[in-house]
Design a protein around this ligand. Structure first.
Ligand SMILES: *Cc1c(COP(=O)(O)O)cnc(C)c1O
Length: 401
């Protein structure tokens, strides 16, 4: 029977190292104990899973760590960002500037809340939104700049805050800075503040791949703004009897393990950063690869360890490298992520022919091989040997520059 090539799985043998490793493989006895305790006090029909104290105490601990007045827990990062954008009350034609190289879940809520998505280029070194490219995109309709801390590298928000102040909206004043910190929980900004302290609102995710997880799904918003905090609390709980709202609450079992994960976050991040730095050292002399910047002090958490292949390998050569790593060495990697407007039909259809050539070029050179804090030293050495050997093989086919 003929086989449709699009349905042939790329990897026949199970991978030794998955494309996308998940946090949650790193729960300890403390998470286990917290979960059991919640189970015990929820199995009475008189109380069930009701009870907000655990959620409030998780929020308080999170706010303290993020140096933020408020933290509001949600059942996911996506719903949290959707509600933050809802609070802006975007009118048709209102614009939100964001990096073209992004996760689709960052751009979908902008469009769903009625905003016009204005795409801008990434900085070639950090792959974070480039302030130089943002400046000419301001108009009198700009309401927000949506900045993502890309793959764990914490962006400097000060240039965006300065630019926003210089381009006030005629009715709403300076555009707000909304931060997507789904991949940078526990990081420190170049201004020396914890991620979550600066800007109008910062959104976090506790999905299973993220730096900490609440049973695989969950989210949080931090803000210093009283009005925004109360509006978000209403929205996630059916409007608290007066306004429109929906149900997007985190449950108490998630909050209980979240509190434990939060107390372990610095330790878990430190292990990941050490692994990221080690990988960079081990790959330093591979001539074909551009490695991520080595940053300390929480300014890069290496949610992904981005590798860029030479321009002459863009597309096919990069694909060949990923394929070789998977097939021959069992090492999974992903393109995290391609530009949203080329990879998602809904976004493509609503960005009216906008393009970010630099984002597209960088995405064609990008691969993120599996990195996880629980990979051992010996395995890390094997992974780096695999990357080095596979790159040599691809160089024979695609050239060395
Ligand atoms: C994971 C992620 C989100 C969405 O978070 P969920 O909790 O999965 O809904 C948003 N933005 C970025 C950059 C992410 O990585």
């Amino acid at each position: 029977m003929p086989t449709d090539p699009t349905t042939v799985p790329r990897c026949k043998a199970p991978r030794r190292w998955p494309d996308e490793p998940a946090q949650g493989g790193w729960y300890t006895d403390a998470e286990d104990a917290a979960m059991r305790e919640v189970m015990d006090d929820s199995l009475s029909w008189r109380t069930g899973w009701r009870g907000t104290e655990r959620i409030t105490s998780f929020e308080d601990a999170f706010a303290a760590k993020a140096d933020s007045r408020y933290a509001i827990a949600f059942n996911g990062g996506g719903p949290a960002l959707e509600m933050v954008l809802h609070c802006l009350g975007l009118q048709p034609g209102d614009e939100v500037i964001s990096c073209g190289l992004n996760f689709v879940g960052t751009h979908l809520p902008v469009l769903h809340q009625g905003g016009t998505l204005v795409l801008a280029e990434p900085d070639p070194l950090t792959l974070n939104l480039d302030p130089v490219d943002v400046e000419p995109r301001f108009t009198t309709r700009t309401r927000a700049i949506l900045v993502t801390h890309w793959n764990g590298l914490v962006a400097d928000l000060r240039p965006f805050l300065r630019l926003a102040a210089c381009h006030p909206h005629p009715r709403h004043g300076p555009p707000v800075v909304i931060v997507d910190a789904a991949r940078a929980c526990g990081g420190t900004t170049p201004a020396g503040h914890p991620v979550g302290a600066e800007g109008w609102a910062t959104v976090f995710s506790f999905e299973t791949k993220k730096l900490m997880t609440t049973h695989g799904q969950g989210g949080m918003v931090t803000t210093q703004d009283d009005a925004l905090a109360s509006q978000l609390r209403r929205l996630r709980t059916y409007g608290l009897s007066r306004h429109w709202g929906t149900n997007q609450q985190l449950n108490k079992a998630q909050a209980a393990v979240g509190a434990v994960q939060l107390s372990r976050l610095d330790e878990m991040n430190a292990a990941r950063v050490a692994r990221g730095h080690q990988r960079t050292r081990l790959l330093e002399d591979v001539p074909y690869l551009t490695l991520p910047p080595t940053l300390t002090g929480g300014q890069h958490l290496y949610y992904r360890h981005n590798l860029l292949v030479p321009e002459s390998w863009a597309g096919a050569g990069r694909d060949a490298l990923m394929e070789t790593l998977a097939e021959r060495y069992g090492l999974g990697s992903i393109i995290n992520d391609p530009p949203t407007y080329t990879s998602h039909d809904y976004i493509h259809a609503r960005t009216h022919g906008q393009a970010c050539p630099r984002a597209e070029q960088l995405a064609a050179r990008l691969l993120c091989p599996c990195l996880h804090p629980l990979i051992s030293d010996a395995e890390e050495q094997e992974i780096c040997d695999a990357i080095r050997e596979a790159a040599e093989q691809v160089a024979r086919a695609f050239g060395t520059v």
